[in-house]
Design a protein around this ligand. Structure first.
Ligand code: HEM
Ligand SMILES: [Cu+2]
Length: 629
């Protein structure tokens, strides 16, 4: 790092010119218009085939594709391949030493990408949350009050799609990218540029999804079923392009994680010494790599059905809309475990630290993660029990679905046994993990009603299933997302988060969450359907209760934001090097962690959960202070 580079900084305007987010936005918008006009020009005049169809569709799709390309060019993603073509040597140094500027562009430091993910995903989850508030505002009254039915559907779709799309990388994005290389004793990810690409694709996607409101929205919810997806407004294209970008981002993220974990572990870090969080990332990545390409292909076919008069999913042309449902859920069910598994792993990673005990049943926990990933490919038809499936195969899917509770149970057993007789410290990260047990249990038990055919026939498509999946995906991954924030942000930033505000945030969120979603089981049993703007008069009290709780839940997010900004921007109390007295390796490094993580690659000599034993940390990198435990 040269001192001169720091002292003689060019003026602000000069620093804004170059490959960064600003240029990317300009070229993104420019690219959009280029695509739009090009398609109009070509389709309108020269190609007879295109002029016979509704070519607006083609121009919108081409506009978005060119927009994404422009965005990537502006960020500088093509500089490296072009430089290599022209014979320059490879370099990883892009933007590594550039101060705040590196957060606004293509940066190959995995720690910067982790923080970019945290802020970027946080932003879009917030937008998704605002949409949830709009939904609950509308449902204050049994009849239409704020939005027409079509707009309501669009808002539900925007909410669900944004949440599902962003949470796919909710834990792997920020915490996987930041900590996996450190936990395995590496200096970087296997493919640093691809790592940055996954992030920026997701951000481009988030913006594209929201632009659906300018094109009439989309009526399909987050599942995008045919034949509605072929019939609806161009807003549908925004959904398709968003989810395809999410799919590409997921596939690349998963590949990168697998390559890193398999090939870049430091000496001594055998498979049975791998931190359980890294196992969680590995199994999740396997799901991503196998499931996401199915999504990309499915959406590609839907796009062709819309723009090029193919009939993959259109019965009148020999296609099948039932095929779309199957393909979607071949992706969709593993997808819900892409959300859930990192949550399991965070819980198992954090419990030993706050119970001061080794992780009980490490191998059982790993078997649980592997078992869940494997089984999740054999259950997708449980989403289609009432969609015309051959009745004789229903019992198979009922069985396979219920079998998943066995490996999931392993996580519960390992967690509970780790807590047993532990010296538990109820710090904020621990509270979020304990809440996970409760929420995921409610989610799992209600899941049994949905996996049993007889009860699913009545609960399918009702608010019962809505309550179930919010317990699993909000009560699970989102709670552990916060656990990870409170646990790791002091290491990521070197600054403490306010503990008291953290506790207030936790209790408000936990109570409001249950008070929002538990009554919805009842609303579901009483017959309130999903995705419908009106409901019977007698359900108003429940709905008003739920809406009021949801607003408190929303307010708890503002409380978190207040804590986050206040602690990191205003108070800036320096965090101790190892505030939780963890034995795991990331806490033995100085905060903030130096650019190349380790001066010398560490050697691992034991598992990372040796609490209660008299030995020190399992791996001490040369030159770093040896933790305070
Ligand atoms: C403040 C918290 C939240 C509230 C109050 C909330 C509320 C709702 C409501 C009322 C609906 C159903 C609307 C309808 O069917 O008519 C819904 C749908 C949905 N929500 Fe949430 N939600 C919240 C957070 C989340 C989170 C964190 C996720 C995922 C990570 C999520 C994922 C979904 C999905 C996938 C749907 C289904 C959309 C569809 O039917 O296509 N929600 N939410
Ligand atoms: Cu499923």
């Amino acid at each position: 790092m040269s001192a001169a580079a720091v002292t003689v900084r060019p003026p602000l305007w000069r620093r804004l010119v170059g490959f960064n987010l600003l240029t990317a936005c300009v070229l993104g918008v420019g690219g959009w218009y280029v695509g739009w006009f090009a398609a109009h020009g070509v389709a309108g005049k020269s190609i007879a085939y295109f002029s016979s169809i509704d070519y607006n569709e083609v121009s919108i799709i081409l506009a978005y594709i060119c927009g994404v390309l422009g965005f990537l060019i502006g960020l500088g993603f093509f500089n490296y391949p072009l430089a290599r073509l022209r014979g320059y040597p490879p370099s990883l140094r892009a933007k590594e030493n550039e101060g705040v500027g590196r957060y606004f562009g293509l940066c190959t430091d995995h720690k910067v990408v982790g923080i970019q993910y945290l802020v970027g995903i946080g932003f879009f989850l917030f937008i998704g949350g605002l949409n949830a508030m709009l939904i609950r505002t509308e449902l204050l009254r049994p009849n239409h009050q704020v939005f027409p039915a079509g707009t309501y559907l669009t808002i539900v779709g925007l909410h669900g799609t944004m949440m599902m799309g962003m949470m796919t990388s909710g834990i792997l994005g920020p915490f996987g990218n930041y900590f996996v290389p450190i936990l395995i004793g590496a200096r970087r990810m296997a493919f640093p540029r691809i790592e940055a690409l996954t992030f920026w694709l997701l951000m481009a996607g988030g913006v594209i999804l929201e632009t659906a409101i300018f094109f009439g929205g989309f009526p399909t919810g987050w599942t995008g079923y045919a034949p509605l997806n072929v019939q609806s407004y161009p807003g549908m294209d925004c959904y398709i392009i968003f989810f395809a970008l999410v799919g590409i981002s997921m596939t690349l993220l998963g590949l990168n994680m697998i390559a890193t974990i398999v090939t870049m572990r430091a000496p001594g870090l055998t498979w049975t010494r791998l931190p359980i969080f890294v196992w969680g990332v590995l199994t999740t990545s396997a799901l991503m790599v196998l499931a996401a390409p199915v999504l990309i292909a499915t959406l590609g076919m839907a796009l062709l059905d819309r723009a090029a008069q193919t009939t993959f999913f259109i019965p009148s042309g020999g296609g099948s809309s039932y095929l779309y449902q199957n393909l979607f859920w071949v992706f969709g069910h593993p997808e819900v475990y892409v959300l859930a598994l990192p949550g399991f792993a965070i819980v198992l990673e954090i419990l030993p630290v706050f119970a001061r005990k080794p992780l009980w049943g490490y191998r059982l926990a790993v078997a649980g993660l592997l078992g869940v990933s494997l089984l999740s490919f054999f259950v997708w038809q449980h989403h289609l029990f009432v969609s015309g499936i051959n009745g004789d195969v229903r019992p198979f899917y009922m069985l396979s679905t219920e079998l998943i509770s066995i490996p999931t149970g392993f996580t519960f057993i390992c967690g509970m046994m780790t807590l047993w007789r532990g010296r538990i410290r109820y710090s904020v990260p621990m509270l979020f993990c304990l809440a996970w047990f409760f929420n995921f249990l409610v989610g799992g038990l209600s899941g049994v009603f949905l996996s049993d055919v007889p009860s699913d026939v009545t609960t399918h498509g009702s608010f019962f299933s809505m309550a179930h999946f919010h317990y699993t995906i909000m009560g699970g991954p989102v709670f552990t997302f916060f656990a990870a924030i409170y646990y790791w942000v002091p290491k990521m930033t070197g600054v403490q988060l306010n503990e008291r505000l953290g506790k207030i945030h936790f209790w408000t969120m936990f109570i409001a969450f249950n008070s929002t979603f538990f009554p919805l089981f009842i609303a579901g049993f009483l017959g309130q359907p999903r995705r419908v703007v009106t409901y019977p008069l007698n359900l108003q009290f429940i709905n008003d209760w739920v809406s009021a709780s949801a607003f408190v839940l929303g307010a708890s997010m503002l409380l978190f934001l207040y804590n986050f900004v206040r602690s990191l921007v205003f108070d800036r109390v320096p965090a101790p090097v190892n505030p939780w007295h963890s034995k795991s390796i990331e806490w033995q490094l100085p905060s903030p962690i130096p650019v190349h993580n380790f001066d010398r690659i560490p050697v691992f000599s034991g598992d990372p959960y040796g609490y209660g034993e008299t030995t020190g940390p399992v791996a001490v990198p040369a030159g770093a202070p040896a933790g305070s435990d």
